[in-house]
Design a protein around this ligand. Structure first.
Ligand code: ATP
Length: 212
């Protein structure tokens, strides 16, 4: 069973890494593929160039068994559609392997506005990780999700796609926005990101100007 975790990772932080590790080891998954987005559809341009977001991600996960980087969105150019990435991952892995798309609860709240959400669920399970500060699910989403919800991780193994699991993770109220703002004000990102990521932010003088 494979996990796919898309994000801007601008920069990657412990609020991504620890929940992903808990999903990897808790479900468990064979691997979690971190997939940096080239250009997210629903938000502003990333601040750090793709090559540096990728370098930070590589540095962050180095040495962690089961963690990998998936570069397919960066290679594609243009808008990042998770649907397209899942089609290509599905073609690679075949019809039978369960794929779990990892999402923070805040991201899941906007899921029905994504490109082809129903088709995404035909290609993968959704594993929703709670995130501090996230409001309750909108009613329409709750109703849409209800028939697909499962209560146990074993259910994910019984089908290649189509189920939604809410998974408790250690709550870490860290966001990339908060880190960028902090660094723009002259602060250090240490203890919010792995040391190797903090070193890259410092060396490349990333996020020095507040653009959010
Ligand atoms: P930004 O502040 O720039 O919006 P972010 O911190 O939300 O960034 P992203 O790269 O946009 O990070 O997030 C990628 C994925 O990780 C999303 O599904 C998001 O919900 C999830 N995520 C990010 N931070 C956390 C966290 N602290 N706890 C749980 N999930 C998180």
């Amino acid at each position: 069973m494979i996990g796919l975790f898309g994000g801007t990772f601008d920069p990657v932080h412990f609020g991504h890494l620890r929940p992903a590790l808990e999903v990897l080891q808790g479900l468990p998954l064979d691997q979690v593929r971190f997939m940096p987005l080239h250009q997210p559809v629903h938000r502003a341009e990333p601040q750090a160039p793709a090559a540096l977001r990728l370098a930070m991600l590589r540095a962050a996960i180095a040495g962690q068994a089961g963690f990998q980087v998936d570069e397919r969105e960066l290679e594609r150019r243009g808008n990042s559609y998770t649907y397209d990435s899942l089609c290509s991952l599905r073609a690679e892995l075949g019809e039978q392997v369960p794929i779990c798309l990892l999402l923070g609860a805040d991201t899941f709240r906007g899921f029905l506005a994504w490109h082809r959400p129903a088709e995404i669920l035909q290609l993968a399970h959704l594993v929703v990780m709670d995130r501090p500060g996230t409001a309750a699910l909108p009613e329409a989403l709750d109703r849409w999700a209800a028939p697909h919800r499962c209560d146990h991780q074993e259910s994910l193994r019984e089908a290649p796609a189509g189920r939604i699991l809410f998974w408790n993770v250690t709550p870490l109220a860290i966001s990339s926005t908060q880190i960028r703002r902090w660094v723009a004000r002259g602060g250090s990102p240490r203890f919010l990101v792995p040391d190797a990521v903090a070193a890259l932010i410092e060396r490349e003088r990333l996020y020095r100007h507040d653009g959010n």
